[in-house]
Design a protein around this ligand. Structure first.
Ligand SMILES: NC(=O)c1ccc[n+]([C@@H]2O[C@H](COP(=O)([O-])OP(=O)(O)OC[C@H]3O[C@@H](n4cnc5c(N)ncnc54)[C@H](O)[C@@H]3O)[C@@H](O)[C@H]2O)c1
Length: 337
């Protein structure tokens, strides 16, 4: 099989992880171009591609006009996701788009429609959708392994490096919000993947680190009412040190519990049942080889026609839930979805 020629568009902080994944899948994919409005960043990325000299491009329109390029990997600021994805679809390129898919359900809809019309793949770049322990937890719950689902409780709290928020991320209109739209959305994806559709959210947010930008909340608490009747909770923060002190998520059922990414090594998914010792169901934590997995899945979809796990519709629903949480935090009321 010939290798897929891909262009990375946006060679900033996260592009290094994507380039590492392209090197890992070097037998199936070739980084044909590195594009960034900063030529220096594009040049640096090109040296890390691990294949013969990728083109260095400053204007992504040039990458979209290049017939050699078959797909784009959008690692752009949030406010550019929709415009770049729609232009890429119209140019007939398959698209992997970093999370959040867009800043609003409306932006996501335009992206989804453009990809559908053009007959190209639009994959939502969410590593949590392809994480083995998350998928296994969802299966255990679906098969009744912990009885009836009662609730899910998640914590995603870490210290955001202030330099990451100096540009677009610190301007809430461009980022679409603060921590929930940026980091918290990963866990919203897990809460939805395991718990199912959310019917309503009640949220509180606050900004305690002004250096992260005005309107960029750095603490949020979400209470979720699921369609299935169970409840959920997320504590998300960009202002706490000591990541790993709490498991990523505990999933409570009438016959047992699961924990995702619990304390210590090799504890990706644990099962607790009454009267039985805890059982390690999966040793890999959810971020383990996240981008290698994500990009491997994109290649499976584009090259082999595999079904998408990280669908753009899920990306859209995650964004819808974040915006409903912001509305709730502003109004002090529960918001139905
Ligand atoms: N940094 C992380 O840890 C991280 C983790 C997961 C996902 N992401 C996601 O990846 C995406 C990018 O985030 P980042 O942290 O790499 O941001 P970043 O600001 O470090 O990088 C964005 C890059 O896009 C370039 N750019 C801006 N406008 C452009 C244009 N018109 N054409 C070409 N290049 C342009 C900038 O010069 C910059 O190099 C976001 O969607 C973010 O949510 C980031």
């Amino acid at each position: 099989m010939s290798r897929l020629n891909i262009a990375i568009v946006g060679c900033g902080d996260i592009s290094g992880a994507h380039l590492r994944a392209y090197r890992h899948h070097g037998d199936r994919v070739r980084v044909a171009a590195c594009c960034d409005r900063s030529r220096e960043k594009a040049e640096t990325a090109a040296t890390q591609a691990g294949n013969d000299a990728p083109k260095v491009i400053v204007d992504y329109v040039e990458a979209l006009a290049d017939p050699e390029i078959e797909a784009v990997d959008l690692c752009l600021p949030h406010h550019l996701h929709a415009e770049a994805a729609i232009a890429a679809a119209r140019a007939g390129k398959h698209i992997l788009c970093e999370k959040p898919l867009g800043r609003s359900p409306e932006e996501c809809d335009l992206m989804i429609e453009a990809a559908r019309e053009a007959g190209v793949v639009l994959m939502h770049g969410e590593p949590m959708r392809t994480a083995g322990n998350v998928r296994q937890a969802a299966n255990v719950v679906r098969e009744g392994g912990i009885g009836t689902l009662v609730g899910l409780q998640a914590a995603f709290a870490y210290w955001q490096r202030a330099e990451l928020n100096r540009e677009w991320r610190g301007r809430s209109a461009e980022a679409g919000g603060g921590h929930l739209m940026d980091g918290g959305i990963h866990i919203i994806d897990v809460l939805r993947q395991i718990g199912g559709d959310v019917a309503a959210v009640h949220a509180m947010t606050n900004e305690i680190r002004p250096e992260l930008g005005e309107g960029c909340e750095d603490i949020a608490v979400l209470n979720l009412r699921y369609v299935g009747g169970h409840l959920g909770q997320l504590f998300a923060s960009h202002a706490a040190r000591g990541r790993g002190a709490a498991p990523l998520m505990t999933i409570f059922g009438t016959e047992g519990c699961l924990t995702l990414d619990a304390h210590g090594e090799r504890r990706g998914l644990l099962l607790f049942r009454p009267g039985q010792p805890e059982e390690v169901l999966c040793t890999e934590y959810s971020w383990h080889t996240g981008y290698e997995r994500l990009i491997g899945h994109f290649l499976d979809v584009v090259q082999d026609g595999a079904p998408l796990h990280a669908t753009p519709q899920d990306g859209r629903e995650n964004v819808r839930l974040v915006l409903a949480a912001y509305q709730s935090a502003r109004t002090g009321r529960e918001v139905e979805l």
